[in-house]
Design a protein around this ligand. Structure first.
Ligand SMILES: [Zn+2]
Length: 212
């Protein structure tokens, strides 16, 4: 791929490391452009002195702020929609009472609606191993509902993505599978990238140093 924006970049964050209080933080990142949407930034923040390493994935829309809450019903045409899960976001599937949290440690994930269902399926399957018979029946019912939608998607489940930081997104598959031939997407400015890095470190400090 010849896309200039898809290479690795490095930026100095001009921030002192919150762990060793000595080193400076820098960020290595990659921007993947998606026409008519914006971009996906994958980033790793490191300290030049200690072993601090914080990773995250963020979606940036060229049309402004992303919504806190986004939703897809499991219809066939939605199953391969791309889902950008930034750290701190959450997936809910209300029909089967499932909530999945994307931890700061996991550093985010890129998947699809179908991928989310498969992931939940794996988690439910491993939960079943040590469950009582009563719980097993409930879990089996959940598995059946997931399998039905994976085999013949009929809109019986809703995948709800919630991200208070507005850095997660569900991107329609017509958009993300389009070739980046037209240079329609605005470049994300270095200042904006730097600000995102600072934001991640703020969240990192919140979740590691301010817990009472
Ligand atoms: Zn450090």
């Amino acid at each position: 791929m010849n896309d200039m924006s898809n290479k690795l970049n490095k930026v100095n964050l001009d921030l002192q490391c919150p762990v060793c209080n000595q080193g400076n933080l820098y960020m290595i990142y990659k921007v993947t452009k998606i026409p008519y949407f914006g971009g996906i930034i994958t980033m790793t923040i490191k300290c030049n002195n200690c072993s601090l390493r914080v990773t995250d994935i963020m979606a940036i829309s060229e049309k402004g702020e992303l919504p806190v809450k986004q939703k897809r019903i499991t219809f066939r045409q939605n199953m391969s929609d791309l889902v950008i899960l930034s750290a701190g976001s959450k997936i809910e599937v209300p029909e089967i009472g499932i909530e999945v949290y994307i931890s700061r440690e996991s550093g985010g994930d890129i998947t699809t609606i179908e991928g989310i269902l498969r992931d939940i399926r794996d988690k439910v399957t491993s939960l079943m191993q040590n469950s009582s018979n009563e719980d097993k029946m409930i879990l089996e019912d959940i598995l059946r509902k997931i399998d039905n939608e994976l085999n013949t998607p009929s809109g019986k489940l809703s995948i709800i993505l919630i991200d208070e930081n507005q850095k997660s997104a569900i991107i329609s598959n017509e958009l993300w599978t389009k070739r980046v031939e037209e240079e329609r997407s605005k470049m994300i400015s270095p200042d904006e990238i730097k600000r995102l890095g600072e934001e991640i470190i703020e969240h990192y400090k919140d979740s590691n140093f301010n817990q009472s």
